[in-house]
Design a protein around this ligand. Structure first.
Ligand code: RP5
Length: 166
């Protein structure tokens, strides 16, 4: 069974950033579901979602949240699925509060944390986890990496031309 990615966010106000993860998952053809679930405002839903996530067919969970960003940690408390924390820059502290709230988990309950607003990397990491048991997805990821490298090589080639004109 192809496992899905859960993309959960603490508020719909996070969507403008989280959209970057959704777009990347779509580009890879990775099945996903997106939900608004708040660790603070809907704690019962957060617990129920986490407890049922593996049986619901999810293989990895991206948890995006801002401010005192406890969503990933709370979800991680109730499941052994891997959790990727996506800190959102949604406060007066420019997302540093979100980053530290997500990354500073106590021993025993890990949340793999990407950069502030690092939505694309959250999606790539989620896909890499699923690709461990999905050879076709692994090939897609290799092609994506190769395409990135080709773009940089082209930029370098153009730079040589520009430098030559100086
Ligand atoms: C967090 O508080 C959310 O993840 C969001 O980043 C932030 C603000 O939420 P709203 O007040 O916009 O709903 O829980």
């Amino acid at each position: 069974m192809t496992r899905k990615v859960a993309v959960i966010m603490g508020s719909d106000s996070d969507l403008s950033v989280v959209a970057g993860a959704i777009e990347q998952l779509k580009e890879f053809g990775v099945p996903f579901e997106a939900r608004v679930i708040s660790a603070h405002r809907t704690p019962t839903q957060a617990e129920n979602f986490a407890r049922g996530a593996a049986d619901a067919g999810f293989g990895v969970i991206i948890a995006a949240a801002g401010k005192a960003a406890h969503l990933g940690g709370v979800i991680a408390a109730y499941t052994t699925l891997p959790i990727i924390g996506l800190p959102i820059k949604s406060s007066a502290l420019d997302g540093l509060d979100s980053l530290l709230s997500i990354v500073q988990m106590p021993p025993g309950i890990p949340v793999a944390t990407v950069a502030i607003d690092g939505a694309q990397n959250a999606a790539i990491l989620a896909a890499q986890i699923l690709a461990l048991s999905d050879a076709a997805l692994a090939e897609t990821l290799k092609a994506h990496k190769a395409a990135m490298a080709a773009k940089v090589l082209e930029k370098d080639r153009k730079l040589q031309e520009e430098v030559g004109k100086l």
